[in-house]
Design a protein around this ligand. Structure first.
Ligand code: UDP
Length: 422
């Protein structure tokens, strides 16, 4: 989608300001490095972000590193340990991790003006390059309480970067590079978010045999222990004592997440007429479900930042989110959704929302406005441009936290929407 089209959501002024800021970066070469083309938030964001950067005449590539199953098994355990799980740091898996990165470094010729490395999979790439250009590490993971032994190992690589981006100020770590806080964002023009008519939604739901006779409660997530699919099913079962509804769990596989299949299979025994578990990669299904659902859950136990939360909020659907990580910055409890710390609390909120049409409508409206003001891709794009511009000669970053500050402030206009109308 052409960059100017975003004006309908964020206004002409924002579009002009971003154009102006991008001018010094015209023809600069940027590359984003990550580990999968689909499945998960990083790919969801890089697809449109890399296009928009090119629209602004910044020559931007997005490349994927290749790896074998041993590599992805280790990097998934690294992901889990960054979120606090135990990890065995044996020599062989560490060697595989570093060796696969050395091989990708040979193949990739990363002599761009800026290199942005996403998440831990490609983190060691930097070891293979003389540092004459700014390299930025963007960590999307929940850093509330990383496993310290792992973190010590990763710092060998992290400390070589010129800047590190994390999602929220709570994730700040004791590391050498300056740290920036970029909350993720969604693309209103993506297949997941474009408007869909009611008939189209009906057809998509029918294709997956999702009944629409009762209200839908949904969670869209990779099948991952941190997304707490068992907690979602348990909360729904408790809510079923008071309300009639259908629960749908949808999760797509991701090539860099080898645990998904087993977690999906472990849930199948809990399927029933009113509890559906779907393992499919289909953005239109996600879109239809987030639109039609009366309530969306994202009952995560750890969450760097939940794109699925922002996606559902954008569609005016109230979200019940786990009171963890980035979700606490997306949902203001009782204003544009609910934050919950247990399955019983989640169950209570499901019942409350399903019984109160007015509450759902107000919260949904406040939720959409929150996303319009804070969580659309143009804001993230502007933060990247500010950061790239702030590198003075070679690689000294000049700190400029204006947008970060604005993101942290409460939004009186959203709160006004959420108040019951007289
Ligand atoms: N997603 C999808 N299909 C699925 C599950 C997830 O397309 O079955 C998308 C979802 O719409 C969102 C992204 O994958 O855009 C997940 O991002 P999020 O930040 O919520 O979680 P992550 O997977 O990065 O932990």
């Amino acid at each position: 989608m052409a960059f100017e089209e975003y004006a309908q959501f964020v206004g002409e002024e924002t579009i002009e300001r971003i154009w102006k800021k991008a001018r010094p970066l015209h023809d600069r070469e940027v590359v984003h490095m990550s580990s999968t083309y689909y499945g998960g938030g990083v790919a969801t964001m890089l697809a449109p972000l890399s296009i928009l950067m090119n629209n602004l005449e910044i020559k931007t590539e997005w490349r994927i590193i290749q790896g074998n199953p041993d590599f992805f098994a280790f990097t998934k355990s690294v992901h889990n340990a960054i979120q606090g799980a135990e990890i065995e740091l044996l020599e062989h898996p560490k060697w595989v991790y570093e060796q696969v990165n050395r091989e990708n470094a040979v193949r990739n010729h990363l002599h761009h003006d800026f290199v942005v490395v996403h998440d831990p999979q490609p983190l060691p790439l930097i070891e293979s390059y003389p540092q004459s250009r700014p390299w930025i590490w963007r960590c999307h993971i929940d850093l509330t309480s990383p496993n310290m032994a792992l973190w010590k190992y990763l710092r060998r690589f992290i400390d070589q970067y010129q800047a590190v981006i994390v999602s929220i100020p709570d994730y700040e770590q004791d590391i050498h590079p300056p740290q920036f806080f970029f909350m993720p964002a969604i693309d209103p023009f993506s297949m997941t978010n474009v408007p869909l008519g009611e008939e189209h939604i009906d057809a998509i739901l029918a294709k997956y045999n999702i009944p629409t006779d009762l209200p839908l409660v949904a969670q869209v997530s990779r099948f991952d222990r941190w997304k707490d699919p068992n907690g979602v099913i348990e909360a729904f079962r408790i809510a079923q004592r008071d309300v009639d509804a259908t629960l749908v769990l949808v999760g797509a596989p991701a090539t860099d997440d080898p645990e998904g299949q087993a977690i999906y299979e472990s849930l199948l025994s809990q399927q029933s007429e009113r509890i559906l578990i779907i393992h499919q990669e289909n953005s239109l299904l996600v879109n239809a479900l987030q639109r039609r659902a009366a309530v969306v859950l994202q009952k995560s136990l750890r969450e760097g930042f939940g794109l699925t939360v922002a996606e559902a909020m954008w569609k005016g659907t109230p979200v019940i989110g786990g009171k963890v990580g980035g979700i606490r910055y997306q949902i203001r409890d009782g204003i544009n959704g609910y934050l919950v710390a247990s399955t019983t609390e989640a169950a209570g909120r499901i019942v409350q929302l399903l019984k109160d049409d007015g509450l759902r409508a107000r919260m949904g409206e406040a939720a959409r406005e929150t996303v319009r003001r804070k969580f659309l891709l143009t804001r993230l794009l502007e933060q990247y441009i500010d950061l790239l511009n702030s590198f003075e000669v070679h690689f000294h970053v000049r700190e400029n936290h204006q947008i970060e500050q604005a993101m942290l402030e409460p939004d009186p206009e959203v709160e006004a929407i959420a108040r019951p109308h007289k």
